[in-house]
Design a protein. Structure first.
Length: 318
């Protein structure tokens, strides 16, 4: 049976739990943890998501992540793949690092963001590693306290709910987190035992998400639709994408198609490369070069996004 797709919309907040394969550790030392944080920082810049909280324990990870246009699946695929490659090279090992598909819940930002961040920050205390959350170096709690700074961590949405003055907001937040120490973590909505694929929010939030999900049933994204839409936007025939050589317009169009495919994990780069009679690595490299150019060139960035928004590739009948 195929797995149910993750629900995606811009601004969606997820509680993500990553566990080591066969309950093995995913961090051996602080160098590993630093690398994972650097990859999260790069991800916030590349994929436009926000990290509201995180906790890196030896054998598992908690992240509160709010997405932009890019779906969570694409974000996590990039993060786990790059970290696994780096980790395996550093420790001279092979094989999977993480346990299958990560667990995730879709969380109502308005009703449950504070509880989610508190739950994540209290993990080291509940695990018996530390007696107080601010003592643990590898969670975001000490940054919320103001003990250190982390530019890519989004604190403002949480702190704004406690006070207008920053210092007062940080202190009130800290007291709020400490107030959760006596709660039963095993019964929490965010506990691993209760997690995966759940909607956590008030009734109106759950109804809105379910209505949006129902509206998407019977539709799917197709590779043919992507190719057709991009070709129309560029004013070229599909046959031109198959032509040998490195014509600028056709090359850029192929790269745009590769970039769009990477944002929709139900289609693979290998499928697109087969259509264009090229290697997967060639198409992936073209998409990566285009993405890097977009980051440097605002005009190109706007043009490509305009192509994507005007192309009628997004939905076809299932």
């Amino acid at each position: 049976m195929s797995r149910k797709p993750r629900i995606h919309y811009q601004g969606a907040l997820y509680h993500v739990i990553l566990r080591g394969n066969a309950q093995d550790d995913v961090f051996y030392d602080d160098v590993d943890r630093t690398r994972f944080c650097l990859l999260m920082q790069e991800g916030t810049e590349r994929f436009g998501y926000r990290v509201h909280a995180f906790c890196l324990l030896d054998d598992h990870i908690h992240i509160a992540i709010q997405v932009g246009e890019r779906p969570l699946s694409r974000i996590m695929q990039n993060l786990t793949f790059r970290y696994t490659q780096w980790f395996n090279r550093r420790h001279q090992r092979v094989g999977h690092l993480f346990q299958g598909r990560y667990k995730t819940n879709l969380v109502d930002v308005d009703s449950y963001l504070l509880q989610l961040v508190s739950y994540i920050h209290l993990n080291p205390v509940r695990a018996g590693i530390m007696k107080r959350p601010e003592s643990y170096r590898w969670s975001s709690h000490r940054f919320y306290r103001g003990d250190d700074t982390l530019p890519w961590l989004t604190e403002g949405l949480v702190l704004a709910r406690f006070a207008d003055r920053e210092g007062e907001a940080r202190e009130r937040f800290h007291r709020f987190v400490l107030g959760g120490l006596d709660s039963d973590a095993a019964k929490s909505e965010f506990s691993p035992a209760q997690s995966d694929g759940r909607l956590i929010g008030n009734e109106s939030f759950i109804e809105r998400v379910q209505e949006a999900e129902d509206g998407m049933k019977g539709t799917r994204i197709t590779l043919d639709g992507i190719i057709d839409g991009v070709c129309k936007a560029y004013g070229i025939a599909q046959d031109e994408l198959l032509a040998p050589g490195r014509g600028r317009l056709a090359s850029e169009a192929r790269s745009v198609i590769g970039l769009i495919v990477q944002e929709h994990p139900e289609i693979t780069i290998a499928e697109a490369a087969k259509v264009f009679q090229r290697d997967s690595s060639t198409l992936s490299a073209g998409a990566a070069r285009l993405r890097n150019r977009m980051n440097r060139d605002r005009t190109l960035h706007d043009r490509i996004n305009d192509v994507k928004s005007k192309s009628q590739f997004a939905v076809s009948n299932a």
